[in-house]
Design a protein around this ligand. Structure first.
Ligand SMILES: Cc1cc2nc3c(=O)[nH]c(=O)nc-3n(C[C@H](O)[C@H](O)[C@H](O)COP(=O)(O)OP(=O)(O)OC[C@H]3O[C@@H](n4cnc5c(N)ncnc54)[C@H](O)[C@@H]3O)c2cc1C
Length: 292
């Protein structure tokens, strides 16, 4: 399999920032994937998988390891009886399309989550009262020791979290769906998309929610809004004037700009509300937030 060197990851993140990966491979079969993991293992290099990069902040000086981007049969989605059987690299939008065409409901909540099946497992992605854990039956996870099927409990799925570690790749996933009339699915998706459009920046480069919602009466967004942070800008990055839990690439942002905004947001939330916000966005490379 072809291994490329120094591939700039800004092309693979929705915020459009991030430096190079030392090595980059696009496995299209389970065999390719095992080969890429063995290649990394022999060289002692860490491995990270990118999906759509929609929840990812990559350091400006990149990632000194192997980045995998699943394609081919590891990115397909098909319906089998009442199951959606998808590759880890399959886009959520494609999965929803397949489910709707087969009149199967349950995946509608993901219509506003612009990621892939594997990224959804990693984060237990969710919205509007549902999440991956609610519909996932099992996932095929591959690492240096080979492939194995894991249930949601074995994956340790909880609020925007799983127990997966770098180097563990979600190659496939089976979702359990239920029959639902196509018109109902379409109506639900239209309703959720309208809700999303009304509340969040939808035509900007972001990585989704910056922080997890804290155990507090205010959501992270409301808390940062109360701190007066809407529209606050550092370098090319700004806190969305629309929703304070989003950071936009306003103009040639670097990851360090976004990181500085996150540090400032955490500092202010701690000062004003005594809350230590925990980031939802995943860091890749040498990125660290200072203690509050
Ligand atoms: C506009 C916008 C709205 C969003 N709304 C929501 C929302 O409502 N709810 C929500 O939960 N999220 C939301 N997000 C965040 C993001 O879309 C989700 O977290 C999504 O599941 C990330 O998937 P991804 O494929 O883009 O993963 P990436 O961002 O590429 O990666 C995220 C993590 O998953 C890992 N990963 C990716 N693929 C695999 C794989 N195959 N195997 C193992 N690990 C893998 C990566 O290594 C990384 O650690 C939003 C993002 C944007 C930009």
């Amino acid at each position: 399999m072809n291994i490329e060197e120094h591939v700039v990851l800004a092309r693979y993140t929705t915020i459009g920032t991030g430096g190079p990966a030392a090595a980059f491979a696009r496995p299209e079969t389970l065999g390719d994937l095992e080969e890429a993991l063995a290649w990394a293992g022999e060289r002692g290099l860490p491995v990270a998988t990118v999906g759509l990069g929609s929840n990812l902040l990559v350091a400006d000086d990149g990632f000194d390891g192997v980045v995998l981007k699943l394609g081919g049969e590891l990115a397909t989605a098909n319906v089998e009886d009442e199951r959606l059987v998808a590759g880890g690299g399959a886009a959520n939008a494609v999965c929803l399309h397949r489910a709707r065409a087969a009149a199967l409901g349950g995946f509608e909540f993901a219509c506003a989550i612009p990621g892939t099946v594997g990224g959804g497992v990693w984060m237990n992605a969710g919205a509007y009262g549902s999440d991956w854990a609610a519909i996932l039956e099992r996932a095929l996870v591959v690492d240096g020791d080979g492939p194995r099927w894991l249930t949601p409990a074995e994956l340790g799925l909880s609020y925007r979290r799983s127990g997966l570690r770098r180097g563990q790749v979600v190659a496939r996933a089976d979702f359990r769906l239920a029959p639902r009339p196509v018109q109902e699915i379409k109506a639900k998706v239209a309703e959720l998309q309208a809700l999303r459009k009304a509340a969040q920046p939808t035509n900007k480069r972001t990585f989704g929610s910056v922080f997890k919602n804290p155990d507090h009466e205010l959501s992270a967004g409301r808390m940062l809004e109360a701190c007066g942070l809407k529209g606050h800008r550092i370098g090319g990055a700004q806190i969305s004037p629309r929703h304070a839990n989003f950071i936009e690439n306003a103009d040639g942002a670097r990851s360090e700009d976004a990181l500085a905004l996150m540090a400032e947001a955490r500092r202010r939330a701690h000062e004003q509300f005594g809350v230590e916000l925990e980031h939802e966005v995943v860091f890749l490379g040498s990125l660290e937030l200072p203690p509050v």
